[in-house]
Design a protein around this ligand. Sequence first.
Ligand SMILES: Cc1cc2nc3c(=O)[nH]c(=O)nc-3n(C[C@H](O)[C@H](O)[C@H](O)COP(=O)(O)O)c2cc1C
Length: 164
Amino acid sequence: MKALVTYHSQTGNTEKIARAIYESIHFEKEILPIREVKEIQGYDIVFAGFPVQAHSVPAAVVPFFKKLPPGQKIALFCSHGSLRGGQLPKQAVEQAIGLAAQMKVLGTFCARGQVEPRVIDALEKSVQHQAWAEEAAGACGHPDAADLADAREFTRSILAKLGH
Ligand SMILES: Cc1cc2nc3c(=O)[nH]c(=O)nc-3n(C[C@H](O)[C@H](O)[C@H](O)COP(=O)(O)O)c2cc1C
């Protein structure tokens, strides 16, 4: 068994979740930023994560999903400033599932990630971002220990689907 944990992270939140996932895997594994992934071959499972940006998968991550080999088993994770379980991050996860249409998506996990105050100030002025910018202040301190515990539990549930 071999796993790849890969992530895009601008301010470190998604990377923290990626590291919690990585630590929960007890067989051959690699962890790499998405931009450093050259070839996706020979992995039994790929955990791929990104921050939600403008309700979407960041543009920099889209080509990665497009070049995953058909049939590849993947688990998606993301961090977002808006409330957990809300409709807003779901949109981005659904977009990622659409991009990975040829893959076997075994599960998804989302946790809140704190947003820099200067970013909130800037985004509140934009109509496109108002909906989540109001919620973003409450993400301060996330991902926290409970979020990372949830990420480890998510990893266990995915590995159980692979017979581990
Ligand atoms: C330009 C920009 C756009 C963002 N758009 C959204 C958004 O639409 N919805 C949301 O919930 N969070 C949004 N966020 C907040 C980030 O998703 C959140 O802070 C995330 O945890 C950042 O992860 P990172 O540290 O791995 O980059 C945005 C952040 C930035 C900087």
